[in-house]
Design a protein around this ligand. Structure first.
Ligand code: SF4
Length: 382
């Protein structure tokens, strides 16, 4: 485990159970009271995929890396409550409690809290550090790993970011993946990309890398990730067999149905979607790009958007001048992020306010240090 969660208490923390029976109205009022009591010492971060009632009580709204950076730059806060998923809180801890930030605050750490520790990311969980280390060793039997750059998507555990740090690798986001791959190919011959095969594949295809040179490494396969030796020696990008359970749900048939029923509609998707969806889309881009694309479009534009449901519904509400549809007929929402509800938020805040923080996320110092190396490499990529 790269992180641990703890309750620091002279007396026991408030129990969660009673909060679950409170109405949203009561929870909202009590959360608001803690916000007023703590003032600028408290920073609540709301990821774009969060439910509306959580977003309404967040100080900042954004995507994972953007939120962590904004939080790390905040000099007043003493506690960050991250309404997102586990890897996001880890990144916030790494950035907000890095050596220079600690020095600027006379050594005082910022508490980083994840209101529900069960809020993980199914994609991040598809690449465990032991599996990645085993894959690296096995790859070393058939190719020269000194010529492989490990690239991890930011949606990954801190231990994977640290692995990349130790092996000359780098982190990417969905907005800079192409620039990061270019950076990697300027240094070494090949890339091992994890945990999201779709982002790796869609980005590499757009850069002109042939699909034949992108074998998929299945960590559950018996040998060589399910590949023959030639597939690996001929590879440019080795894709980890991982995916986002939300974006994986969109299909080419959804795109075709919308095009048939709504002539002229534009398809806007996230690059975590499968290749066949990404290839058919008019625009593919990060959460930030999706939001900006809608914002910049003229009234009357028709969109079918393939990304997390809460974000699409919010875009719909914020842009009534456009016609916005959700690309799938089935609900695709981030179930783990949805675990952060007002009950968990109120419970964690009231414990924090009385000096008994629960669900603290603290990345192991060595892992944090190597993770920072990869994050800083990413920041140098233009
Ligand atoms: S939307 Fe997908 S990648 Fe994002 S946190 Fe949820 S499961 Fe993970």
């Amino acid at each position: 485990m790269s992180t641990h969660a703890s309750t620091t208490a002279d007396s026991p923390a408030y129990e969660l159970a009673p909060y679950k029976s409170l109405s949203n109205e009561t929870l909202h009022a009590r959360i608001q009271a803690v916000r007023e009591q703590m003032g600028p010492e408290l920073l609540i971060l709301g990821h774009h995929y969060q439910q509306d009632e959580v977003i309404a009580l967040s100080d900042l709204r954004g995507d994972s890396y953007q939120l962590s950076q904004l939080a790390a730059a905040n000099t007043e806060c003493r506690a960050i409550v991250f309404c997102g998923v586990h890897f996001m809180a880890e990144t916030a801890d790494i950035l907000a409690n890095r050596a220079e930030a600690l020095a600027a605050r006379d050594g005082r750490r910022v508490d980083v809290i994840l209101p529900d520790l069960a809020a993980g990311c199914s994609m991040a969980d598809m690449a465990e550090i032991d599996q990645v280390e085993a894959a690296w060793e096995e790859l070393g039997e058939v190719i020269d790993t000194a010529q492989v750059t490990p690239v991890t998507y930011i949606n990954s555990a801190a231990s994977l970011k640290a692995f990349c740090g130790r092996h000359g690798g780098i982190v990417c986001t969905s907005s800079n993946a192409a620039a990061v791959l270019k950076w990697a190919f300027a240094r070494r011959e090949r890339v091992l990309f994890f945990p999201d095969q779709h982002l790796g594949r869609n980005t590499s295809l757009a850069m002109g890398i042939p699909i034949e040179q992108m074998p998929v490494w299945d960590p559950l396969a018996d040998e060589l990730g399910g590949n023959d030796e030639a597939a690996l020696t001929d590879s440019k990008v080795i894709l980890w067999k991982g995916h986002c359970s939300v974006h994986q749900m969109f299909t080419a048939a959804h795109v075709e149905q919308f095009r048939e029923r709504h002539p002229g509609i534009k398809i806007l998707v996230h690059p975590e979607c499968p290749r066949e969806v990404n290839d058919l889309a008019d625009v593919s881009g990060s959460t930030g790009k999706i939001i900006e694309t809608v914002k910049a479009s003229p009234p009357g534009t028709q969109w079918a958007i393939g990304t997390e449901l809460h974000l699409v519904n919010r875009l719909k509400a914020e842009h009534p001048e456009q016609e916005i549809h959700f690309l799938s007929p089935v609900v695709c929402m981030c179930a783990t992020m949805y675990r952060i509800d007002l009950a968990h938020l109120c419970w964690s805040l009231e414990n924090l306010a009385v000096g008994r923080p629960v669900n603290l996320i603290q990345v192991d110092p060595e892992i944090a240090q190597w993770s920072l190396v990869t994050l800083e490499r990413m920041l140098e990529v233009k």
